[in-house]
Design a protein around this ligand. Structure first.
Ligand SMILES: Cc1ncc(C[n+]2csc(CCOP(=O)(O)OP(=O)(O)O)c2C)c(N)n1
Ligand SMILES: [Mg+2]
Length: 1017
């Protein structure tokens, strides 16, 4: 490889040194191929100062020949053999070329080559012409898709230049058309022939690259992969189907088309985002599924937008039709808790026999919000998890399929972010098949206004995914590329894109008038014969089917729909539960309820704490040299274990380690999480002497422990959080955590937080236990990085601020069961330890939002004793004052309620003012669901005290707006409560250190000035 580069590098300047002359020439060639003619645009005449036959465009071909020559010098013409030998031997530019010896030797059976060569007096011309032919072949491979007839409407506004595929460009003339040329190793158009007349070469290239399929792949920088694709599309006669395959395809087209027609007949004014104009999507998906199943895939996870979703549910996933039809009945009562979602967002899970492969397959369509493409990383995460839990390390049994709209695929950045996960070790799903329903419109916007690239699919090029554009009005071509796509994924385990170039027969939805904005397009569409009709006519003409056969098939499917429709009227209740995309068998009772409504102690035995602590302090590998600074950290951990205390990092270690020991997989993902942004975690140790040698002590806790995954992610919040959410969907028996580098960065993942995490269960009756770790706190570091925006998370909590709840039974667990997510701000390592463990020990799953500290990571007082983590201990929703104030509550003049790190500022200030008897400081650790019961108990205990809410965040931020009504409800408005905190502000924090300190002191003064009450809450 290195050798190749040096040779090619030596060739480079030769080519560059030439001057290209653009010579206008008269029209040379017109081939008998329909409307297109070959126009010579320019010819390049090389200076003979260097190699006489090389020019800039030919160096690629030289490279290809060089590869072939490396394999076997006999693969190339003798003249090239000599050239490469000379070049390799260090011949200077201009001297490597020598006239080859006259060609002779045994016949190789090629068509007329010897005759041609023998008749060729000028070998230089022969080489030049061969190079020209190679250039032409390559031009078709690179740009044949520019010319392919991809658009069923014939109105595509992309104006590609077809000149590169004209022979004149390469210096060939009409007289060359019947000359025979030897074919290079980089083409398969010859089949069994190694040489062909130019006319036939062009015809075959046109067949392979310029019909209804456009193949975009030459940007892929892997020769084997390029060769594989060339073979798939160039081999003569490769696109042929048996009668049975054609009939199956017809059956699928009938189902796809008649399903939409049925819905249109029954519910003409209901939104369904029909598939009309791209009905071949259904056979496309079915082909991908069949072929993948034949290749051994057992589980396929799909994500898709609105367009054609009901059709996919009915005809691909095989959801019962009556279940789909009853969704149109507006009188159905909702049976499940939660608010539900519209029918074209719901998910689905189904296991069935695949008739083509004769194997069982599981298909699941992931529920999604309206936000286009947001589901992409979620599907990938779920796929990765299923691969992980089933030991499918290469993606041979589980795969993902993503569907896209053309406008969304090009426009939504999450597509790009998801593509960039595709090859990362801890995120790869080993190849996704993407299918774009490219109806050449997005709502009312046409592609000229919707993207700057010629195709909607260009984003896929960043990961070297081949892109197969196909005219969706040709179902056979669609089926062909889908087969190739499935085989590609199975062979290389890399992403691939199928671009179904189609149209949208109706408006954006069934109520929409497209003629307002796309009059010409829709005039054309109105004239357009339906794809099924065209296909049937073709099959009848070919004698594959009779009209009668077709009509019978249609009648049969229509009857299936009518019967299901009649059936659907019996449904009286709508069960969203029937639309679950990720059931967790065994976790719930049979009717989907938690098995208990209590939570055991989250503490663990002392010997376990010591053992895990010692692992955290050790390097389990021999001869492993760690950094000196890290040695000190590990020694510090060992010291803490001997003193029976934990800091934040060790508390986290205890939580993860103990869960792993109990067989719970733990996965921590996010930017720089392995070390920890604040250099406190160090879960992955790096040998200082051996490159890439690492050690993860967390995986050495116990021989039968669950695996621990800790992975630095790509720099994407939207993509990675979506991915981890999907990962957490697959199993309830895993602790899946995503850490933001700083809490404020979660805002670029807001869509995942709003549309999935806070509302997912309400919409899709699907639980999820994902944990978000969001570093938060004002450390005088400026407006960025200071706030994880607690106000936003708290605003989305569904607990009622105005109702004091009934406190019965295991109130804390019931409250958790009813909430949409849990929001905590722990002030001690022990409480952090407990809340992480509680995630798993709860009999149900809820997302957990943790505002994590920065300065507390090293704060000498932010440590917990092992005593607070032993069996019998729990997560504390509220931590009461445990000092002198609590001993004499009647003497307490003020109770300061707070949360998080401000607690440590408060107790320092209290101490310095000598107010430990007079002021109680109470920490609310679980902000939501709000610990009404515990807050009330605290307030009741200090009857003579005034009450203050203190926060370091600005008043319009942080917790203020959330706690205010809840504190008032708790106190039943019988006692006033005061506010000590920063004024409202636009930015989360000041950029000026001095202002920061002044503001902090001012709020501490307000909290402890017992003579004057601060402003009322
Ligand atoms: C993130 C996001 N922005 C805007 C919308 C509103 N919207 C719904 S469909 C649509 C057009 C989508 O076009 P395309 O991706 O081509 O799919 P098509 O409807 O043509 O199948 C838009 C803008 C949305 N659903 N999601
Ligand atoms: Mg579209």
């Amino acid at each position: 490889m290195h050798h190749l580069r040096t040779t090619v590098a030596r060739l480079g300047p030769l080519a560059a040194a030439q001057t290209a002359q653009i010579a206008p020439q008269s029209r040379l060639l017109a081939l008998e191929r329909g409307t297109r003619t070959f126009q010579p645009v320019r010819s390049l005449r090389a200076s003979v100062a260097a190699e006489p036959f090389l020019n800039g465009t030919s160096s690629n071909y030289v490279e290809e020949m060089y590869y072939a020559w490396l394999e076997d010098p006999r693969n190339v013409h003798k003249s090239w053999d000599i050239f490469f030998r000379n070049a390799n031997a260090g011949a200077p530019p201009g001297a490597a070329y020598q006239s080859p010896p006259p060609l002779s030797g045994p016949s190789d059976g090629t068509m007329g080559v010897r005759a041609l060569v023998g008749a060729q007096p000028n070998v230089e011309k022969l080489v030049k012409d061969h190079l020209a032919v190679q250039s032409l072949i390559r031009a078709y491979q690179v740009r044949g898709h520019h010319i392919a007839k991809l658009d069923p409407l014939g109105i595509s506004c992309v104006d590609f230049d077809d000149a590169p595929c004209t022979v004149g460009l390469y210096g060939l003339t009409e007289g060359d058309l019947d000359k025979v040329f030897r074919l290079p190793a980089s083409t398969f158009i010859g089949g069994n022939d190694s040489a062909l007349p130019l006319r036939e070469i062009i015809r075959r290239l046109e067949m392979a690259y310029c019909q209804h399929i456009g193949v975009e792949f030459m940007f892929i920088n892997d020769l084997e992969q390029c060769q594989w694709i060339r073979q798939k599309f160039e081999t003569p006669g490769i696109m042929q189907f048996s009668l049975e395959e054609k009939r199956t395809l017809l059956g699928r087209m009938i189902r796809s088309t008649r399903f939409e027609e049925f819905l249109q007949r029954k519910w003409s004014s209901e939104k369904r985002f029909g598939l009309e104009g791209c009905e071949s999507l259904i056979p496309a998906l079915k082909t991908i599924i069949d072929r993948s199943s034949q290749c051994g895939v057992e589980s396929m996870i799909l994500g898709m937008p609105h367009r054609g979703r009901l059709n996919v549910l009915a005809n691909v996933i095989r959801k019962d039709l009556d279940q789909i039809f009853c969704q149109f009945d507006s009188k159905l009562e909702a049976a499940d808790e939660g608010s539900g979602d519209v029918k074209y967002h719901l998910g689905m899970y189904h296991r069935r026999m695949n008739r083509v492969s004769d194997r069982y397959i599981t298909l699941s369509l992931v529920a999604n919000p309206s936000h286009l493409e947001a589901v992409d990383p979620v599907v990938q995460g779920k796929t990765k998890a299923e691969q992980f839990y089933s030991g499918d390390t290469e993606g041979k049994r589980v795969m993902s399929i993503l569907l896209h709209g053309d406008a969304a695929f090009a426009g939504q950045g999450i597509v790009y972010e998801t593509f960039h996960l595709s090859d990362l070790p801890s995120y790869t799903t080993h190849g996704t098949i993407h299918v774009v329903v490219n109806n050449q419109i997005g709502f009312t916007t046409d592609p000229r206004m919707a993207r700057s690239s010629p195709y909607p699919t260009d984003v896929a090029r960043v990961v070297n995914a081949p892109i197969f554009h196909v005219n969706a009005d040709n179902p056979e071509a669609v089926m062909f590329v889908c087969n190739v796509a499935a085989e590609w994924r199975n062979t290389f385990h890399k992403d691939v894109v199928v671009d179904l170039v189609s149209y949208r027969r109706n408006g954006h939805n069934e109520m929409d008038e497209p003629m307002f904005t796309q009059p010409l397009m829709y005039k054309q569409i109105k004239k357009q014969k339906g794809v099924l009709q065209k296909f049937v006519e073709k099959l009848v003409a070919e004698g594959v089917i009779t009209t009668q056969h077709y009509e019978e098939e249609v009648a049969r499917y229509d009857k299936i729909c009518e019967d299901a429709f009649a059936h659907s009227k019996d449904e009286k209740i709508l069960h969203i539960k029937h639309w679950l995309d990720s059931p967790w068998p065994g976790f719930f009772t049979l009717d989907g309820q938690p098995k208990t409504m209590s939570c055991p102690s989250t503490g663990i035995r002392e010997d376990e704490l010591c053992h895990i602590g010692n692992v955290a302090a050790s390097v389990p590998l021999e001869d492993f040299m760690i950094h000196g600074g890290l040695s000190r950290i590990l020694k510090g951990r060992a010291h803490m274990v001997s003193k029976r205390v934990c800091d934040w990092a060790l508390g986290e270690y205890m939580a993860f380690g103990s869960l792993l020991k109990e067989g719970i997989h733990v996965r921590l993902s996010g930017q720089d999480v392995e070390r920890g942004t604040f250099s406190h975690r160090h879960h992955v140790l790096h040998d200082q002497n051996v490159d890439k040698r690492i050690c993860i002590p967390m995986n050495s806790i116990s021989p039968d422990q669950a695996p621990y995954t800790v992975c630095n992610s790509s720099l994407s919040e939207y993509g990675v959080l979506g991915f981890e959410l999907g990962f957490a969907m697959a199993s309830p028996n895993a602790l899946v955590l995503w850490e933001a580098q700083f809490g404020d960065f979660h805002n670029t993942a807001q869509c995942i937080i709003d549309q999935f995490i806070s509302s997912g269960q309400a919409k899709w009756v699907r639980q999820n236990g994902i944990v978000l770790l969001l570093p938060h706190g004002m450390e005088g570091m400026g407006p960025e990085h200071s706030s994880a925006r607690p106000e936003r998370f708290l605003q989305m909590c569904n607990d009622d601020s105005d109702v004091f709840p009934k406190v019965t039974g295991d109130f804390a667990v019931h409250q958790l069961y009813d909430c949409n997510w849990i929001v905590v701000n722990c002030s001690t390592p022990a409480n952090y330890f407990h809340v992480l463990r509680r995630q798993i020990l709860l009999p149900f799953r809820k997302p957990l939002i943790v505002f994590t500290p920065k300065s507390l990571l090293r704060h000498p007082e932010a440590k917990s004793s092992f005593d607070d983590m032993l069996p019998g201990t729990h997560f504390q929703r509220l931590i009461p004052d445990e000092g002198p104030a609590a001993v004499g509550p009647q003497n307490v003049k003020r109770v300061v309620f707070c949360t998080g790190k401000i607690y440590y500022d408060l107790i320092r200030e209290r101490k310095s003012r000598g107010l430990e008897d007079a002021v109680a400081v109470v920490r609310i650790e679980q902000l939501s669901p709000f610990p009404f019961d515990l807050v009330k108990a605290e307030a009741d205990q200090y009857q003579n005290a005034d009450l203050v809410w203190c926060q370091e965040e600005h008043k319009n931020q942080g917790y203020y707006d959330y706690v205010k009504p809840r504190l008032r409800t708790t106190l039943n408005r019988t006692r006033p409560i005061w506010y000590a905190g920063r004024e409202p502000a636009a930015a989360p924090a000041t950029g000026n250190k001095h202002s920061h300190v002044t503001e902090l002191q001012r709020l501490l003064d307000a909290a402890f000035d017992l003579e004057t009450s601060p402003g009322k809450l």
